[in-house]
Design a protein around this ligand. Structure first.
Ligand code: S3P
Length: 749
């Protein structure tokens, strides 16, 4: 129950939308009195019988007297006439809103009546919801739930009016968005009006053919799906097409232009470009699907999924191939895109993060085929072939995409903006913006604290610099080196400690000369990349969860096949070995320029607490959440120092892990740059370590997967919320973990 917002509400018109809103007002007690006026006596009678209103009028003037909210819920074309009638009778502080699907013409109608100075209470609105049926009986109290309502406040609108209407729509469980009138009409012209126009047009085109009967008879699902909306009300669409004429004509022009491009590709039998266009559209549609399906990994996220793991004895066994390395997958797309020639990638990680990078390059005009079963083909456009993106580049959860692309985009001839989800929007971007500015880049972090969105002005001449990295960050190093490809002269960085060197290795694989002398890495700008084949190894960071799972489970026996064991990534192996894990690295070999091996790990002995070696911190930087679970099961204390970087990952991994461990009954003390964990293990005793409880993953995939492993040694039910982000790096996690013997139940909202 939301509580009274209005004293007297007057609906002018009481069809589907009006009567649904009246139902919300009743249920949520938003108004003391609700009245309505409509031309149909029958509607008024029905509304009275349904208990929606206390009085009904055929004259709107009677309805609006003393009302503090007037809702115009009638066809948009009637707006001006009704406003003219009711204007002299409106109370002084009345709020007036409407529900029409075009907004510019509603504002015009109001101006024709009120003059240029519109009443402060006038705030046009548009609930984006509908149903097959119309009329007062069709109304539903949940019509707006989980739908968007756009309010278009005007410069004259009072904040109080906007706030009250926002509260009203929120009480209807709608998501309220504010936008200016022009933007509203442009967005709707493209997303709603143009598709309707195209559907009417296609059906008309077919209906005019002589063989139309045959065509309709044989038309299959594609035609049915595409043309469904051509069965909508012609009068309404007639009105909308005129009401939003300017924006719709623009949208139609855009459609004609795009259609000509497509037509030409078919005429020329340009297979590569056609595949590129269709692949790009398909990917954009899939991306959109996530948002439509309310699994908004790529949106400013809501929590949509949780894991539940029950107590009970579990085994952990089997041979597994975890998905491709995230860092290498990102780079394969970036370098393939700016190379000359065609790059083939195998083992590509089809997780949301790497897909965000892939989508960004498609948006910049690169033709990319796949991914299909880990295979991607990138038709490189060369160092100067990227095109200006048409809108902001959405990086989802991915810090790697945003930091590396900051460097690359700073050197382009066009402007760009990058945005991210809730977690990425909190992450520091000045660490990369600062050195890029020293190179001459025009880059701004437009979030509150040097955080995203990142906004870049193109056409700058970059100059090579030397930069002493203040933190051990492969992302910052790589972002600078990427900008250095286009900069004049030499660009070099010195790292405080070695970090993952995938950028250096892969640039060399693309034929670019990169020098590494101790901790100093340098390259000369102005060269070019030549396409190559990239084999992405399995991600050691994903394998780490299984290593820890096996290390803490009695009798476990797990082999992780063909895992990347690049020496800048193997800190987790070294640390687990120091803790006494029964772990061997077998069949070491080279694949696609990166060392790989099978990792074999068995649960034969209790781990012991250690002071984790600081020189391993950058080499195990993503594996600490999992290692903290191992430490909790170890005998004695584990101390981590020198790892302040953990506080600025997808979440503050020190605090979030400490909170979760405490919930599960493990004593620990977070420090500025690490943590002290009081291990609960006892030599030879494999009984449970963790209790039960609800863990919040804070939009961090590695937190979710680490606490899943605690489910191998728990006495109570462990519930982990916000697990949808697991798909950013390890889409098959639950499937493989359950095959090994962990029963994770996945619940979707
Ligand atoms: C990455 C570098 C690391 C790591 C991240 C991937 C990369 O980040 O944590 O998951 O691909 O370069 P930092 O550069 O912030 O240490």
């Amino acid at each position: 129950m939301s509580g009274t917002l209005f004293n007297k509400v007057a609906f002018i018109g009481l069809g589907l939308i009006g009567s649904s809103l009246a139902r919300v007002m009743l249920q949520e007690h938003l108004a003391t009195t609700i009245v309505a006026s409509t031309r149909s006596k029958k509607t008024l009678q029905d509304a009275l019988e349904l208990g929606l209103i206390t009085e009904g009028f055929s004259d709107p003037v009677e309805a609006v007297k003393n009302a503090d909210l007037v809702v115009l819920a009638l066809p948009v074309r009637a707006t001006q006439k009704v406003l003219e009638m009711i204007q002299p009778y409106l109370s002084e502080n009345v709020i007036i809103t409407d529900v029409g699907s075009t907004k510019g013409n509603v504002v015009e109608a109001a101006k024709a009546v009120f003059g240029e100075t519109l009443p402060a209470g006038f705030v046009p609105g548009h609930p984006i919801a509908g149903a097959e049926h119309t009329g007062v009986h069709a109304g539903k109290v949940d019509l707006f739930a989980n739908h968007k309502v756009i309010l278009t406040p005007l410069p004259s609108s009072s904040p109080l009016a906007v706030s009250k209407l926002t509260q009203m729509w929120q009480a209807a469980k709608a998501e309220v968005i504010c936008m200016d009138v022009e933007k509203h009409d442009e967005v709707l012209a493209h997303t709603s009006h143009l598709p309707h126009l195209m559907a009417f047009n296609l059906v008309e085109q077919l209906a005019n053919r002589e063989d139309n009967l045959d065509i309709f008879r044989y038309a299959a699902g594609g035609f049915r799906d595409f043309s469904r909306i051509a069965a909508s009300d012609p009068q309404m669409w007639h009105d909308i097409f005129f009401a939003n004429k300017k924006a719709i004509l623009n949208a139609v022009d855009g459609f004609e232009h795009q259609l000509k491009i497509l037509r030409q590709l078919i005429e020329d039998e340009n297979s590569q470009a056609l595949m590129g266009l269709l692949g790009h559209a398909q990917a954009a549609r899939q991306h959109f699907n996530h948002m439509l399906a309310k699994k908004p990994l790529m949106e400013k996220n809501k929590v949509t999924q949780q894991f539940t793991i029950l107590p009970g004895n579990k085994t952990f066994k089997g041979k597994f191939t975890v998905p491709g390395d995230k860092s290498v997958s990102h780079r394969s797309i970036m370098f393939g895109a700016i190379a000359e020639g065609t790059t083939h990638v195998t083992g590509f990680l089809e997780g949301e993060d790497a897909l965000a990078t892939l989508q960004a390059f498609r948006t910049m005009g690169v033709s990319i085929e796949g991914p299909k079963n880990g295979e991607v083909t990138i038709h490189g456009v060369g160092m100067h072939g990227l095109k200006a993106p048409t809108g902001a580049l959405y990086m989802g959860n991915s810090g790697t995409s945003m930091r590396l692309l900051s460097g690359l985009l700073s050197a382009q001839a066009f402007d760009s903006v990058m945005t991210g989800d809730a977690s990425l929007s909190k992450r520091p971007m000045e660490r990369i913006a600062k050195p890029l500015r020293e190179m001459g880049a025009q880059i701004q972090t437009t979030g509150e604290k040097g955080t995203p969105p990142v906004s870049i002005t193109g056409e700058q001449k970059l100059q090579g610099i030397h930069y002493d990295l203040p933190m051990a960050s492969a992302q910052v190093k790589s972002g600078i080196l990427l900008a250095g490809l286009w900069a004049a002269g030499e660009t070099s960085v010195t790292e405080p400690e070695p970090t993952r060197d995938h950028t250096e290795r892969m640039l060399r694989a693309f034929g670019y000369d990169v020098k590494t002398e101790g901790n100093r890495i340098s390259l000369q700008g102005g060269g070019k990349l030549t396409a190559t084949a990239i084999q992405v190894p399995s991600d050691i960071s994903s394998a780490a969860f299984f290593m820890v799972g096996a290390a803490i489970t009695e009798g476990s026996d797990v082999v992780l096949e063909a895992v990347g064991v690049n020496p800048t990534r193997t800190g987790v192996i070294e640390i687990l070995k120091q803790m006494g894990a029964d772990l061997t690295v077998e069949n070491e070999r080279i694949a696609g320029g990166e060392p790989i091996a099978d990792i074999h790990i068995k649960g034969t002995r209790t781990l012991k607490g250690i002071h984790m070696p600081e020189d391993q911190v950058p080499l195990a930087i993503d594996e600490f959440p999992a290692l903290f679970i191992a430490a909790a099961c170890a005998e004695g204390q584990t101390i981590l120092t020198g790892a302040a970087e953990l506080r600025v990952k997808e979440s503050d991994r020190i605090q979030v892990m400490a909170d979760g461990l405490k919930i599960l009954g493990v004593e620990c003390t977070p420090t500025d740059d690490g943590i002290i964990i009081e291990g609960k293990g006892k030599a030879g005793d494999w009984s449970a370590i963790f209790g039960g409880g609800e863990i919040e993953s804070h939009h961090d995939h590695r937190i979710a997967m680490s606490f899943s492993m605690a489910g191998l040694r728990n006495t109570g039910e462990i519930v982990i919320t916000g697990t949808e982000t697991v798909a950013t790096s390890f889409p098959t996690f639950t499937q493989l973990a359950n095959q090994a013997g962990l029963s994770i139940h996945v619940n979707e909202d």
